[in-house]
Design a protein around this ligand. Structure first.
Ligand SMILES: Cc1cc2nc3c(=O)[nH]c(=O)nc-3n(C[C@H](O)[C@H](O)[C@H](O)COP(=O)(O)OP(=O)(O)OC[C@H]3O[C@@H](n4cnc5c(N)ncnc54)[C@H](O)[C@@H]3O)c2cc1C
Length: 351
């Protein structure tokens, strides 16, 4: 059977940053990527998406983003950036290689890949992100809704929804951005449990990311103490606050019930809706670890700073609050990857 010292599962920014860090430790990782290219989920994000951090704060280790450092690169630029980053890595990246299962094996792990191949490894780093596991909240009556319901993960652009009555559920960045762009061509309500909180993109003439770095907030290891990660405020240069203030979209407290194609608002009024879009976030996408005793009952990894607490040689990179606020961002994932790579190199040296 084929053997690799280190297998990295996922060829997005987290997997690529991890491979970069492992190479710096003198290791030769093999990346297994389910899709046909190594750019993570970026090609599948909605069409209008631009980075919320300026280019100067959005690089992975070893390769600056390039271009005007103050611009906010479009989704396609990020895809191109990651594709180039992957091509420059001196490591093996296998695409169309979805990992179906990881089992414990003498001295490490046995990895089963969809196409039928198997390999063994002494270290496995799970960097498969969250986009493959969109979170669908249990909303009363949602199963019986006769209109269209989709998760933000399936949303690409506003055009197919022109003229519709739409409710977007959620209070985060995606919810507000999607609702605001739909409001130009449809009648849209943003339905939230709690009012939307905003963070200003610029403070005292500097981008927020300057201050996050300067104050140390970006890197403080708060992931260890946070039981439930706080909801991130919506980053705004003023346009989303203005959109909500002018009721495009309008904002309402979450509806209480869905019946057929109608929803009931907390004040008892009922109305017909064409489409409900759930912009309700994501959860770790780690089904291949189910049998390993490495996850809690909600599918969240049991770890400290990315190193598994139950399985020596198993680690995670790229999850929300894995270590700090910036753990699941382009600007922060490289730091976590360095730390995990050092831990795994030590593990290999000892075992
Ligand atoms: C809409 C949206 C906007 C965002 N905007 C920003 C932003 O502006 N700035 C920022 O820094 N961050 C942003 N993020 C957060 C984060 O940076 C991205 O989600 C990023 O794509 C995460 O990278 P990743 O490599 O961890 O996961 P992904 O990009 O999801 O990559 C994981 C890879 O693993 C592969 N995979 C999954 N399961 C398997 C398996 N079983 N076997 C093999 N491969 C597998 C997938 O095919 C995928 O290529 C945003 C997130 C979303 C959802």
């Amino acid at each position: 059977m084929e053997h690799a010292d280190v297998v990295v599962i996922g060829g997005g920014q987290s997997g690529l940053a991890t491979a970069h860090a492992l190479l710096r430790q003198g290791l030769k990782p093999v990346i297994l990527e389910a899709s046909g290219r190594a750019a993570g989920s970026w090609p599948r994000y909605y069409d209008s998406l631009t980075l919320f951090s300026p280019a100067r704060y959005s690089s992975l280790p070893g390769m600056p983003f390039g271009g005007d450092p103050d611009r906010h690169p479009h989704r396609d630029e990020v895809t191109d950036y990651l594709t180039t980053y992957a091509a420059r890595l001196n490591t093996e990246i296998r695409t169309n290689a979805r990992v179906e299962e990881v089992r414990g094996d003498e001295g490490g792990f046995k990895i089963f890949v969809q196409a039928g191949s198997e390999l063994t490894a002494r270290v496995v780093v799970a960097a498969s992100g969250t986009f493959g596991n969109p979170y669908w909240p249990a909303l009363p009556g949602l199963d019986g809704f006769t209109g269209t319901v989709l998760h933000a993960a399936e949303y690409a652009s506003p055009e197919p929804f022109s003229g519709q009555r739409i409710v977007v559920v959620g209070a985060g960045n995606s919810a507000v951005q999607i609702a605001a762009e739909l409001a130009d061509i449809a009648q849209v309500t943003l339905a939230t449990r709690t009012p939307v909180r905003f963070a200003r993109q610029h403070i005292l003439g500097r981008d927020l990311h300057f201050w996050l770095r300067r104050t140390g907030l970006d890197t403080a290891p708060l992931g260890r103490v946070l039981r439930t990660p706080p909801t991130q405020p919506v980053l705004d240069d003023g346009r989303y606050r203005a959109a909500l203030n002018s009721d495009k979209p309008d904002q309402q407290t979450l509806f209480t019930e869905i019946s057929d194609n109608k929803i009931t608002w907390p004040d008892g009024t009922t109305e017909q809706v064409d489409t409900i879009i759930l912009a309700t976030g994501y959860r770790p996408d780690l089904p291949y670890l189910d049998g390993l005793g490495a996850l809690d009952q909600h599918g969240h990894p049991l770890h400290r700073d990315g190193a598994s607490l139950t399985r020596p040689g198993l680690a995670y990179v790229g999850l929300e609050w894995l270590r700090s606020l910036s753990s699941n961002s382009l600007r922060g994932v490289g730091r976590d990857a360095e730390r995990v790579a050092r831990r795994m190199a030590n593990h290999l040296a000892r075992s």
